[in-house]
Ligand binder design. Sequence first.
Ligand code: SF4
Length: 363
Amino acid sequence: MLPASACRIQDLDANGGAAIGREALSEPRRGWTRAEAQALYDLPFPDLIFQAQGIHRRNFDPNRVETASLLSIKTGGCPEDCGYCSQSAKYDTGVKATKLMDHDAVVATAQRARDAGAERFCMAAAWRNPKDKDLDKVCDMVSAVKGLGMETCVTLGMLTSAQAKRLHDAGLDFYNHNVDTSPEFYGNIITTRTMQDRIDTLAHAREAGLKVCCGGIIGMGEQVDDRLGMLALLANLPEHPESVPINMWSEVKGVPVSGSAERPDPIALVRMIAVARIMMPRSVVRLSAGRQYMTDELQALCFVAGANSIFIGDVLLTTKNPQTERDADLLERLGINSALDEARPDGLGHAARMTPARGAAAS
Ligand code: SF4
């Protein structure tokens, strides 16, 4: 259980520095208010980044980014009405519904992703909730992917406690279930399941011993206050999610959000990443969907602000993602280590070049 209040924003000095207990700022805490989140968000940009980077350094290798790969194992035809999603059966988006993928095809894709430098393999199915016969198949996939030496994550919609337990027993590491947005804005986006349904599924995953991947989406027409409300919701869960994906909405024609969406100001995105890093100091913050819209410079700023995970691969479910070569090139130029670097066929990635050969004489 996290301490209810290890530090308060009032403890920050006039320059945004921690007036007391710098170490306390590294401790996960709950009881965050939206006003505290707003106070952080409103700090002068250099002070905010300084805070976030300091906390990042105390909890993670600041020069490493985690790599994950995401595969849609069952696409489209979803009965939910998430207003941003190309896979909802309620909207005419041109996405064709498919059946659950074949086991061997999923495992082969995971193996290719691993060989290309993915540490975690995430499998997504467009369901309201899995049927037990489908869950049997997903459990087999999880066990096989785990056997490849990868971390495993699935996102299958709402789960019962018993289903969460079965996934855990199959070797699943993470369950992804996003809160998507603030409680206030939620009803503008989804009506077929409640925020409480989501919180219940997260609780079932936790009770089963699974780690939680939970974040949301920006750029759907929400206000900054909604984004901060979402971060406060995440930071006040009984335990902080181990992974916090921050998605920028990827344009999809034919969904309700396309009428009100506005791409966030890049600086606003960096501020949000920094606030997430400060509020959830030990969570991995993933710069998720929407990177195809981001310049290299914006992504670099996000990494400095505390983002330390990306999805690699050309496609994220049904939308585009930067190509793996572009990611490898960017991380190389930034001197950031990742499994992408280590997967280079010539073995001469950044990490290898920066590490002196064993036995090399110091001069
Ligand atoms: S986000 Fe998930 S639950 Fe919502 S419509 Fe898309 S596939 Fe279905």
